[in-house]
Structures are given as structure tokens and as C-alpha cells.
Write a protein that binds this ligand. Structure first.
Ligand SMILES: Cc1ncc(COP(=O)(O)O)c(C=O)c1O
Length: 448
């Protein structure tokens, strides 16, 4: 990119790393389902002077002076969020998805209250009550699960809810390829008067573009990151729905107070501005076409992988995301897959699968998705090609078996990595990846 001259002059080390990352992205295939490419307009807002301003508080109610412009920026972002998602209240100040979710807990619950979210290794998010997160330590977390075929186990959930009525339930996932069951979860939550929070971080762009049902008629609160399918900067939004305000007319005020002064200080105004830009872009008809293409691409990629003999959890996808069960290659194969694909410049992540047979650190699946490659303009024929490239890479590492014995593992992985680095066929596949990627420039408007 041609726009970092000042950075290069001041700090050539960081400038060079920025350029290396750009080159890695340009030459590679980005299939991590929670990543995307923002527009240059979004990036310019993030890199703007708005980063310099302190503005604790809310529009017209700031602690510091000089916030006339910032007030307008935040008001525009809030109004666009309300309009796009059809909610009466939106808060655009959460620093990211995890703080946004924490803010929901502290708006609605007292420490020790019971919460239910999808179990981490079944596709839930850390902040939905995992013991690895404060949410699982401060609150009484009773996770729900997926069935062996990979769908949310609504029967188990219903039984648990009847026994220990939670105060809050989460619907919305991190590694789940099927439609999020908003209506079913709302029925179960309403049966015991629990709050239902929908975390649409992964699918916000699909919801905005009409490619996935909206949770707004079902949930009391909706949270989302802004940097995944929504194609905005790293940030988050908390929304309160009409249903939420009916349940508790003070809900919006509670969220507002929890965000500031409860858990955050000054908002990141450059991010707020970039969220406003992303919301403007997401309201355009082209974005609905983008969202539909993301899903078509994920389906096409899934079909291509299946044609090459790979197993998809649930047998396919309704969204932007695919979960591949690699147990046929051996339990714990996810790491071999991820690292071999990295060697070919195809980026995705290892992931647990339902009933994970090995371990969360050495899982037996991989998770991939199409938001970023779709932003680059790729369509079904490229998905076919990518599916085939992935299968060929995996063929190169077939036969590696993750040792169960930890002591053996270090040596084994050392050998695996050195063999990977010397694999000529992977280098050839790397070149093919580059040839495909280069046909889809990241910033065609800049000619690079
Ligand atoms: C469903 C869900 N919620 C929340 C988050 C947390 O977002 P962040 O990484 O911005 O804290 C993620 C991120 O992966 C997510 O997938």
C-alpha cells in the first residue's frame, strides 16, 4: 500500500511489518471465518484524527469539552445501528465483543446468577460462561451442548432450563455452521422468564444483508462485534430490542451505565466513526448481494471439500462457516492441517468438533469460512479450486498421528515442522494459491 510514508520514516521496523502482513494477505487465502477485509473508507476513519479525542460520557453528556464533532459522529453511528438492525437502542462504545458481552452480564445479573451458553468446545464463545473466562467464574454457568450430529441440543437445554431456571441465556456462536435457533431459544427462555441475549458477532453481516434471520423479534439484548461479516473496524455494539424494553423499561439505561462509567472509560472515537461508515456500507443493496454470496460461497466450498472426501459437521452449512471433522485422518489432526495449510498460505484454524475425541488444544477439526475471500470478489468457481487445494494440502500430511503422550509430542511436532518446511509439493501448492489470490486484488481502486 502506498499510504504509510510517514510511518516508514518514523518507524521502519513497524512499517515493514505492516507491509509484510499486507503481502501475506495479498498472496494468501484468508479463510478464518471471523476475519474480513474492511473498505479503505473504514480504514481511513480508523486512522483519522478522531483517535486523539477524549469523550467520556454520551452525546451531549460528556465529561470533557470540545466534543461537538464527536457527538455528531457517535449519534450518526447509533442511529445507523438502530436503523440497520431495527432496534430502539444501540450503544456503539464497547471496545470489542468480549467487553460488550461482559457489559451485558453486569447490566442484567448479580454475581452467582445462573447463565446458560453453548459449551466452548461445542462452538460457543469463551464469554458465554466458559470456565476459561471470568464469565464462568463470576456466574453459575450451566452450559448446553450440541448433539453428536452437531446441532444445538435443544432437548437437553429445555430439561436444564426446567430444572434450574437461568437468569440469562446466550444464543449465538463462534464455531457453528447452521442457522442460529433464535425462535426455539426464545421459547425456552420465555418459559422461565430468562433474559435471552443473542450474540450475532459472527453473522451480523448476514443479518444486515438479509442472508440470516434477525434475532431482534426474539431476544431482549443483541450484541455483535463489528469486524467480522459486518466488515467494520474492531469494535462492538450492544442493542436492546422492543422485547427487552417490554421486559424491563430500564434496560437501555442499565446497559448505558454499565458501559460507561461501569466498565469503560473514554470511547474509541476513531472506531465509532469507522463503525458508522461500515453501517452505511452494510445498508446498501450491494451489501445484501455480498451477504448472499458469502453463504453461496460457503455452500460451494463445502461441496468441493465433500467431493474430495472431507467430512463436514452437520453435512453442510447455512452460514459463512464450515466445520470439518478430520477424525478420518486421526484424532488430534487439526494442528497438522492448520500448519500444513499455513505453509501453503491458506489460513484457517484448528477447531474442536462435537464429542471432541482428542483435546481442545490438539483438536480434531478445522473451521473455515468465506467472508474475506468473498470481499475479494471470489465466487463459486474459486471455491471449487480452494476446496481442491485444501484437500491436496491435507494429503501431504496424511499419516501424521498426534501422540497422546505429552513427552513424545514435542519431539514429534519438531520433526513434523521440519518435514513440512522441506515439502516441495507444499511449495508448489503455495505457488498455486498465490496465482489464484493475485487475480483478486485487495484494493483494486488503488491498483494494488
Ligand atoms: C460469538 C462471539 N462473541 C464474542 C466474540 C469476542 O469478540 P472480541 O474478540 O472482539 O472480544 C467473538 C470473537 O471471536 C465471537 O465469535
Amino acid at each position: 500500500m502506498k499510504r504509510i510514508e510517514e510511518l516508514r520514516a518514523t518507524d521502519p521496523v513497524i512499517a515493514s511489518l505492516v507491509e509484510q502482513e499486507l503481502e501475506r494477505k495479498r498472496a494468501g487465502l484468508e479463510l478464518i471465518p471471523s476475519e474480513n477485509f474492511t473498505s479503505l473508507a473504514v480504514m481511513q476513519a480508523v486512522g483519522s484524527i478522531l483517535t486523539d479525542k477524549y469523550s467520556e460520557g454520551y452525546p451531549k453528556r460528556r465529561y470533557y469539552g470540545g466534543n461537538q464533532v464527536i457527538d455528531e459522529v457517535e449519534t450518526i453511528a447509533v442511529e445507523r445501528a438502530k436503523q440497520l438492525f431495527g432496534v430502539p437502542y444501540a450503544n456503539v462504545q464497547p471496545y470489542s465483543g468480549s467487553p460488550a458481552n461482559l457489559e451485558v452480564y453486569f447490566s442484567l445479573l448479580e454475581p452467582g446468577d445462573t447463565v446458560m451458553g453453548l459449551n466452548l468446545s461445542d462452538g460457543g464463545h469463551l464469554t458465554h460462561g466458559s470456565t476459561g473466562s471470568v464469565t464462568g467464574r463470576v456466574f453459575n454457568s450451566v452450559p448446553y451442548h450440541t448433539t453428536p450430529d452437531g446441532y444445538v441440543d435443544l432437548k437437553e437445554l429445555e430439561r436444564n432450563v426446567a430444572e434450574q431456571c437461568p437468569k440469562l441465556m446466550w444464543v449465538g456462536y463462534t464455531a457453528y455452521p447452521r442457522r442460529f435457533p433464535f425462535a426455539e431459544m426464545a421459547r425456552i427462555a420465555d418459559s422461565c422468564g430468562a433474559y435471552l441475549a443473542a450474540d450475532i458477532s459472527h453473522i451480523a453481516g448476514l443479518v444486515a444483508g438479509g442472508a440470516h434471520e434477525s434475532p431482534v423479534g426474539y431476544a431482549h439484548v443483541v450484541t455483535t462485534t463489528t469486524h467480522k461479516t459486518l466488515r467494520g473496524p474492531r469494535g462492538a455494539i450492544i442493542m436492546v430490542t422492543e422485547k427487552g424494553l417490554e421486559k424491563d423499561p430500564d434496560l437501555a439505561k442499565k446497559v448505558e451505565k454499565t458501559v460507561f462509567p461501569g466498565m469503560q472509560g473514554g470511547p474509541h472515537n476513531h472506531t465509532t466513526a469507522a463503525i458508522a461508515v461500515a453501517l452505511l456500507e452494510a445498508a446498501k443493496p450491494e451489501f445484501a448481494e455480498y451477504a448472499a454470496q458469502v453463504v453461496r460461497n460457503a455452500k460451494a466450498l463445502g461441496e468441493a471439500l465433500e467431493a474430495d472426501g472431507l467430512n463436514l459437521v452437520t453435512g453442510g452449512t447455512d452460514t459463512h462457516l464450515l466445520l470439518v471433522d478430520l477424525t478420518a485422518y486421526g484424532p488430534g489432526f487439526g494442528l497438522f492441517a492448520q500448519e500444513a495449510l499455513d505453509e501453503a498460505n491458506i489460513t484457517l484454524n484448528k477447531n474442536t468438533i462435537p464429542g471432541e475425541p482428542f483435546s481442545p488444544f490438539y483438536p480434531s477439526g478445522m473451521r473455515l469460512g468465506t467472508p474475506a475471500v468473498t470481499s475479494r470478489g471470489m465466487r463459486e468457481p474459486e471455491m471449487q479450486a480452494i476446496g481442491h487445494l485444501i484437500a491436496q494440502v491435507l494429503d501431504e500430511v496424511r499419516g501424521y498421528v498426534m501422540p497422546r503422550d505429552r513427552a513424545e509430542r514435542t519431539e514429534y511436532l519438531k520433526r513434523f515442522r521440519s518435514e513440512l518446511a522441506g515439502n516441495a509439493r507444499l511449495r508448489e501448492l503455495h505457488k498455486q494459491v498465490e496465482q489464484l489470490s493475485e487475480q483478486f486484488p485487495l484494493y483494486p481502486e488503488l491498483n494494488d
